[in-house]
Design a protein around this ligand. Structure first.
Ligand SMILES: [Zn+2]
Length: 338
C-alpha cells in the first residue's frame, strides 16, 4: 500500500509534508447522512488518520439514493449509520482509525466530541445541531466547516474561530422552526450533495495541511437545477456577535436544550430554540408528501410510520411512538425542520 497516497503527494498543494499532516490529523464528522457519507469516504481515502463519526439514525431504504456509505444489506439490518459507515470505511482504508459513535449530539456531549479534533465537518440536517457545534467549536478554538443541502440547493462556509466570521456572525439566529423545506418533505438530489461535500472536504484538506491562504473565505451557494452559483465574502468576526464576541455559548447549557421526555406516555416533547408562529397550511402542504396530515387552528397532527407528531402554533411538538430523545429529535429535524 506504499503507493496509496502517491497521486495526492504529487499534487503540489499537499506534497509529502501535507500527507504526513493528514495522517496525524483528527476530524469529527457530525452526522453521517448524505453529506457525512461523502465526507467520510473522501477523508478516509485521503488518509486522514483519525475519523470520529457521530450519528443518531439507522439506515433506511430511502437513504440509499444519495447516502453512498450504505448498502441494501445495511438498510435491511437497520444498522446504525455510524456503525455501517465504520464497517465500510475500514474496508476502504484499514490503516486509519475510525471511531463511530451512535449518539444524539447535545449540550452534554458536544464539547467532549469537538475537543481535541483539528477540524469539525458538518454533515447534519438541522440548525439546532449546527449552532451547538458552532458554540463548541468557537469555545474550544476548533475549525469547523458548515455545509447543507436540500432539493438542488446547497451552501457552505468555513469557520476559523476568532479569525473569521462564525455561523452566528452571519446568521444571528437559526431560521424559525417549520419555515424551510427539508430533504424529507421537499426531496434532494445527489449532485448537490457531491458539490457541497467536495468544497467542504477541500477546505478540510487545506486546513489540515496548513494552506490557510487557499481557503475560499466566503458563504458559497449553489443551485445545480437553476444553474446559480454565488459567493458572498464573510470576512472577520462581527463585533457584537454573542458567540465569538461576547463568549456567550447559550446552546452548551441545559437551559438551551429543547427536548424533554414525557413520562409514561411513550412521547417526547421538543421545543423550538426561539419563539415562532407556524403557518399550519404551508407546513401541511409540505408534510402531505410524506404522510397523513390534519390540522385546525390549535394544532397540526402528522402521522408517518409508527410515529405521530402533534405540532402547536409556536412549533413546540409532541412526538408519540418513542421514548428516545434521539429518535424524536431526528423526526423533528426531518419533518418540522429548524
Ligand atoms: Zn461570531
Amino acid at each position: 500500500m506504499e503507493d496509496r497516497y502517491s497521486r495526492q503527494i504529487l499534487f503540489s498543494g499537499i506534497g509529502a509534508e501535507g500527507q504526513q499532516r493528514l495522517l496525524a490529523a483528527r476530524v469529527l464528522i457530525v452526522g453521517c447522512g448524505a453529506l457525512g457519507s461523502a465526507h467520510a469516504e473522501s477523508l478516509a481515502r485521503a488518509g486522514v488518520g483519525h475519523l470520529r463519526i457521530v450519528d443518531r439514525d439507522f439506515v433506511e431504504p430511502s437513504n440509499l439514493q444519495r447516502q453512498t456509505m450504505f448498502t441494501e444489506s445495511d438498510a435491511e439490518q437497520r444498522l446504525p449509520k455510524a456503525i455501517a459507515a465504520a464497517n465500510h470505511l475500514r474496508q476502504i482504508n484499514s490503516q486509519i482509525e475510525i471511531e463511530p459513535h451512535i449518539l444524539d449530539i447535545n449540550y452534554s456531549n458536544v464539547e467532549r466530541l469537538v475537543e481535541g479534533c483539528d477540524v469539525v465537518i458538518d454533515g447534519t440536517d438541522n440548525f439546532a445541531t449546527r449552532y451547538l457545534v458552532n458554540d463548541a467549536s468557537v469555545k474550544h478554538n476548533v475549525n469547523w466547516i458548515y455545509g447543507a443541502a436540500v432539493g438542488s440547493y446547497g451552501v457552505t462556509m468555513t469557520i476559523r474561530p476568532h479569525q473569521t466570521a462564525c455561523l452566528r456572525c452571519i446568521f444571528e439566529e437559526a431560521p424559525p422552526a417549520a419555515s424551510a423545506p427539508t430533504c424529507d418533505t421537499s426531496g434532494v438530489i445527489m449532485p448537490i450533495i457531491n458539490i457541497v461535500s467536495a468544497v467542504q472536504v477541500s477546505e478540510a484538506l487545506k486546513l489540515l495541511t496548513g494552506r490557510l491562504d487557499d481557503l475560499h473565505g466566503s458563504l458559497m451557494q449553489f443551485d445545480v437545477w437553476r444553474n446559480e452559483w454565488r459567493r458572498i465574502g464573510t470576512g472577520a468576526p462581527r463585533p457584537g456577535c454573542k458567540t465569538c464576541g461576547a463568549g456567550i455559548y447559550e446552546t452548551l447549557s441545559h437551559a438551551g436544550d429543547a427536548a424533554a421526555v414525557l413520562c409514561g406516555r411513550d412521547a417526547i416533547q421538543i421545543s423550538p430554540p426561539q419563539p415562532t408562529r407556524i403557518n399550519f397550511s404551508s407546513l401541511a402542504e409540505r408534510l402531505r408528501r410524506a404522510g397523513e396530515v390534519k390540522f385546525n387552528e390549535y394544532l397540526l397532527r402528522f402521522k408517518t410510520g409508527n410515529f405521530e407528531l402533534t405540532v402547536f402554533p409556536d412549533a413546540r411538538s409532541i412526538i408519540r411512538g418513542t421514548d428516545e430523545i434521539a429518535t424524536a429529535r431526528s423526526l423533528y429535524a426531518k419533518y418540522i425542520g429548524n
